[in-house]
Design a binder for this molecule. Structure first.
Ligand code: NAD
Length: 311
């Protein structure tokens, strides 16, 4: 199966559909064993983007046969209400995964929220215990976006082993875990990794030396064709709203200037339709994994090293 179209465009939606098909079999196997997976989402925000993300996650659960539970709190409710909600979900044996949609309001301590989730149900993989396990090479839940990037590379037959990967961005949710996954002595890792960030002097000087560029800076079209060498694999994590002359008044663009990058790159992911669908797919993956671990029913999970062989 080929996940590449138009010569060098790596189709994240196609990879995502494929992985979800495999996950559906695992959900069915768990349901047959009397353990239908269940994901709880918690929203404490009136931000329309957060509301959209949560409803996309719920819809994806429904499509796959994963139950979803939703808790919504007023954005100005006391922080204690959020912690009580998480405690209640931690204690509920019918809830296998918990996701608190970020960002939470300023009066809520974000780090305390991440610490409050039971690490065994932490399907985002942001609890310090799970971050530590990832760094130590013993990941329980790989964070969804970088794990999705790993599977995208795998689906395209790009093995990072021995290659020079440049990660642009050092956030806790994308750049740092991406770097940690790529340096692991494990399938989908073994890369030599350079990390660029907001204080990097000349990002292009680094990206031009890369075999793989992963752009996650949140800066529209930061990486263009001039900053790439011929044949580089380019994965665009960015999702940025920019003003546009259309009905909505905006459009979504990545951190990569798609048109100029496509001229030079060996492979490039589009926005939308690249990393975005994979992020939600890997949330479903972690929910299935959490359920399997909690009920002690082993299931097959698609992972790095498997997709490329099918391609
Ligand atoms: P963030 O703002 O938390 O982090 C951005 C990082 O980029 C920082 O570490 C900063 O040092 C670095 N940076 C900023 N400007 C830079 C520059 N000019 N040169 C080099 N580095 C620079 O953002 P984030 O949460 O990591 O997200 C990054 C982007 O990815 C955003 O556009 C976000 O919307 C998108 N995102 C997409 C998905 C998805 O599923 N597709 C998931 C998460 C984030």
């Amino acid at each position: 199966m080929s996940f590449v179209r138009d010569g060098n465009v790596l189709d994240g939606s196609a990879v995502s559909d494929h992985v979800r098909g495999q996950l559906r079999d695992s959900v069915d196997a768990l349901a047959d064993a009397g353990a239908t997976p269940s994901l709880a989402t918690v929203l404490m925000s009136t931000d329309p983007a957060s509301e959209t993300y949560v409803s996309m996650k719920q819809r994806a659960c429904d499509d796959l046969g994963i139950e979803s539970v939703h808790r919504e709190l007023d954005a100005d409710a006391p922080a204690a209400e959020l912690f009580e909600t998480v405690e209640e979900l931690n204690a509920d044996p019918d809830v296998n995964g918990i996701l608190v949609q970020m960002p939470v309001p300023d009066h809520v301590d974000k780090r305390r929220v991440l610490r409050s989730i039971d690490p065994a149900k932490d399907v985002d993989g942001f609890h310090p215990e799970n971050v530590g396990r990832l760094v130590a090479g013993d990941a329980r839940f790989k964070p969804c976006t970088p794990h999705g990037v790993q599977l995208l590379l795998d689906a395209a037959g790009v093995d990072p082993a021995g290659k020079h990967a440049v990660v642009v961005g050092r956030s806790d949710i994308v750049g740092k875990p991406m770097t940690n996954l790529l340096i692991q002595k494990d399938a989908g890792g073994n890369a030599t990794v350079t990390v660029c960030h907001s204080r990097t002097d000349d990002v292009g000087a680094h990206t031009r030396q890369a075999d793989i560029v992963i752009a996650a800076a949140g800066v529209p079209e930061l990486v263009d064709g001039e900053m790439l060498s011929a044949g580089t694999t380019v994965v665009d994590v960015g999702v940025n709203r920019v003003d546009a002359d259309n009905e909505k008044g905006y459009e979504l663009v990545g951190d990569v200037d798609f048109e100029s990058a496509k001229e030079v790159a060996g492979l490039v992911t589009p926005v939308p339709g690249g990393v975005g669908p994979m992020t939600i797919t890997m949330l479903l993956y972690n929910t299935v994994k959490a359920t399997s671990q909690q009920v002690d029913v082993p299931v097959d999970l698609p992972d790095t090293g498997s997709l490329g062989q099918e391609a």
